[in-house]
Design a protein around this ligand. Structure first.
Ligand SMILES: Cc1cc2nc3c(=O)[nH]c(=O)nc-3n(C[C@H](O)[C@H](O)[C@H](O)COP(=O)(O)OP(=O)(O)OC[C@H]3O[C@@H](n4cnc5c(N)ncnc54)[C@H](O)[C@@H]3O)c2cc1C
Length: 348
């Protein structure tokens, strides 16, 4: 049985933030157990497109700070030119100048995955992939974390996965009913989203005076933005797909999306280099196929998530458990840092 002082379950931004903070406190006796064969969780960059988290804002202080600390760059979302509103089909397109909400948003140079990779580089060899934890057992000599065929022992553990997924794990002894109830009812931010991205050899929409912003009402794309890279090597458009299209076969959905975009941007849309899409509702390490009808919750954090269980040995952290910017990347970092600090303080 492998034994560690601390075990972190989940190598998304929260889990990596816990590990980074432990390292900064001089603690090295920890391991991260990650269910997927990749790290990053809801942060995923493919062909230069952020298919998961992409943006942060001025008030997301922790991201600004950690990027600076790690020597990384961010840049402002491109919004110059005309934006397009596609109302009901058959009605003419409408146009507006610049950004719609006026607040600058920022992206990480190289894609959001760069932050994940940079954090993981701080503690090489401490992440074990394809290790899905299914059971947490409290014993007199510490916690035992079970996968299908392995057992890990530790002094303290933190479960850094969305609360709804944590609810699927077995806890022995069982957790308080109030906490179970809260975990089950906490919507996983963006777990319903379908994203699409296209890359091009040049930003033809910019040359036509468009910003790349599209807002659609009942159209196949509900929102779209310029997703070109900081270094000018990738020119792209990235957006959100209407929920109902998830039930169509992939090729049919793609045809509908391209047809819509051709009406909006013209025939050049068909000269894309890469087309990628990701439906997060079909990803078992993000979503539960429970036909979720919970309202999307923008205000997260709860005292029940922010205290330890099993005599101070078991902690929960995730973007959804953070009072501050809950659901967002910034909330994930906040949750990770705060929980790591509690873990080393020996609070019971
Ligand atoms: C489409 C989309 C768009 C988004 N856009 C933005 C945005 O623009 N700006 C923003 O700030 N935020 C955005 N977000 C939210 C952002 O991605 C999250 O806040 C953040 O990534 C959450 O990190 P986390 O570590 O808490 O959870 P996750 O990223 O979900 O990480 C959990 C990790 O645990 C692993 N795991 C799950 N179960 C187990 C198990 N049993 N055993 C072991 N490992 C397990 C998973 O594989 C995963 O790696 C977006 C999310 C999505 C899906």
């Amino acid at each position: 049985m492998k034994s560690h002082r601390y075990i972190i379950v989940g190598a998304g931004l929260t889990g990596l933030s816990v590990a980074y903070r432990l390292m900064k406190s001089g603690i090295e006796d920890f391991i991260l157990l990650e269910g997927r064969s990749r790290i990053g969780g809801r942060i995923l960059t493919a062909d230069g497109i952020d298919l998961g988290a992409a943006w942060f804002q001025q008030h997301h202080d922790r991201i600004h700070k950690i990027l600076e600390e790690l020597g990384m760059f961010s840049f402002e979302q491109y919004v110059s030119g005309k934006g397009i509103i596609a109302s009901k089909s058959g009605t003419p397109l409408q146009y507006f100048e610049g950004d719609s909400n006026g607040l600058p948003t920022y992206r990480i140079a190289g894609g959001s995955i760069k932050l994940i990779q940079r954090l993981a580089d701080e503690f090489p060899h401490k992440i074990q992939m394809q290790t899905k934890v299914v059971k947490v057992e409290n014993t007199s000599v510490g916690l035992k974390l079970h996968t299908k065929n392995e057992v890990f022992k530790c002094h303290k553990a933190v479960i850094c996965i969305p609360p709804k997924l944590a609810y699927q794990m077995v806890f022995e002894p069982s957790l308080p009913n109030q906490l179970n109830d809260l975990m089950q009812k906490t919507h996983t931010w963006m777990s319903h989203a379908i994203k699409v991205g296209l890359t091009f050899s040049s930003p033809f929409w910019r040359k036509q005076g468009f910003s790349g912003i599209v807002f659609g009402q009942s159209s196949p794309i509900t929102e779209m933005y310029d997703h070109s890279s900081f270094d000018g090597n990738v020119f792209g458009l990235m957006g959100f797909v209407k929920d109902e299209l998830r039930f169509l076969p992939e090729e049919e959905r793609k045809r509908i999306i391209l047809n819509f975009l051709e009406n909006v941007f013209g025939k050049e849309i068909n000269k894309y280099i890469d087309y990628s899409e990701k439906d997060w509702s079909k990803d078992d390490f993000t979503s539960i196929k429970d036909g979720e009808t919970l309202p999307y919750k923008l205000f997260y954090g709860n005292a029940l998530f922010n205290r330890p269980y099993h005599n101070g040995k078991l902690f929960f952290a995730a973007a959804e458990t953070s009072y501050s910017n809950g659901g967002y990347m910034d909330g994930a970092i906040a949750s990770g840092f705060e929980t790591a600090d509690k873990m080393v303080q020996d609070i019971t």
